[in-house]
Write a new protein. Structure first.
Ligand code: PAF
Length: 291
């Protein structure tokens, strides 16, 4: 596995990797890509493992993207754990890790923006104005550099997935977006780099976010379809330390809120526990849940 910091070197290494893989397989190689901000956990690891199984060339990036953090957010304090991350990438079978500095990605005086209107206005877009513009911009740049055939993202960041998917479609990136199931701690809490900010008692309280989703889901599976009633079920489980930002049932493609729920619709939730903002979601299924 190679660690690369410059765009020039990354392009060159990618080319060489693809050439070697094409020669070995006697066909054009399938290139996979997992973009991350580092501080890798089992959620990232599962994306990389799937990429390893499916692709001939396995690329990952580690870049804490300043453009997606608001002025009062945790950019400076975001956990940076490059050494440990590299071991995880190696174990997951990644070939090249691109880990540039901010100055390599953002040139002074840059004036290009990427806005995916419609999908970014609600939910996390309300509380984090400009966040998805920053995500769309950096992922467009990374797609441009990595030129993947398949890009892997976690379901946990559901809105982000739909924003990136639309950006990739609108800008004609010839790739397949792969959504992988949310990986959870034993308590049900969705894995996130930000879980490391939680104290033990906050972590205990945070598990009730998923408990709420499960309660909502049980009501759905018992036949309830009214969104307001289902959301009330979702709120019943929440610990008093969990301050709900939103809990809504939306169309899985458009992210528009619904008054009646159906199979395939998505329950989006965001909450603060202490100063830490956590998000989660489930896709409603009439039978068993796979989330
Ligand atoms: O989900 C993340 O880790 C980031 O938002 C991403 C997609 C790597 C862009 O910086």
């Amino acid at each position: 596995m190679e660690l690369i910091k410059s765009i020039k070197e990354f392009r060159k290494a990618r080319r060489l990797c693809c050439k070697a893989a094409a020669e070995a397989a006697s066909r054009s190689p399938l290139v996979g890509f997992v973009p991350t901000m580092g501080n890798l956990h089992n959620g990232h690891f599962s994306l990389m493992k799937l990429m390893n199984q499916e692709c001939d060339v396995r690329l990952a990036s580690i870049f804490v993207n300043p453009a997606q953090f608001g002025p009062s957010e945790d950019y400076e304090n975001y956990p940076r754990t490059l050494e440990a991350d590299l071991s995880k990438c190696e174990e997951a079978g990644v070939d090249l890790v691109f880990a540039p500095d901010a100055g390599e990605i953002y040139l002074p005086g840059r004036s290009t923006q990427v806005t995916v209107s419609g999908l970014v206005e609600g939910y996390c877009g309300i509380v984090r104005p400009g966040h998805f513009d920053g995500v769309a911009l950096v992922v467009a740049k990374l797609f441009n550099l990595a030129q993947p055939d398949r890009a892997y993202f976690g379901q946990k960041d559901y809105q982000q997935f739909r924003v990136i998917e639309r950006m990739a479609r609108d800008l004609n990136f010839p790739l397949e977006m792969v959504m992988c199931p949310t990986v959870r701690e034993e308590s049900g809490l969705a894995m996130s780099s930000r879980n490391s900010y939680l104290t033990p008692s906050q972590r205990y309280a945070a598990r009730t976010i998923f408990a709420g989703l499960k309660a909502l889901e049980e009501a759905f599976q018992a036949g309830e379809r009214g969104a307001e009633i289902l959301k009330a079920w979702g709120r019943t489980q929440l610990d008093e330390q969990v301050r709900l930002e939103y809990l809504d049932i939306v169309d899985g493609q458009t992210l528009q809120p619904l008054s009646t729920a159906a199979e395939g619709d998505v329950v989006l939730v965001a909450a603060r526990v202490g100063a830490t903002r956590l998000i989660d979601n489930i896709i409603l299924k009439a039978g068993g849940q796979d989330c």
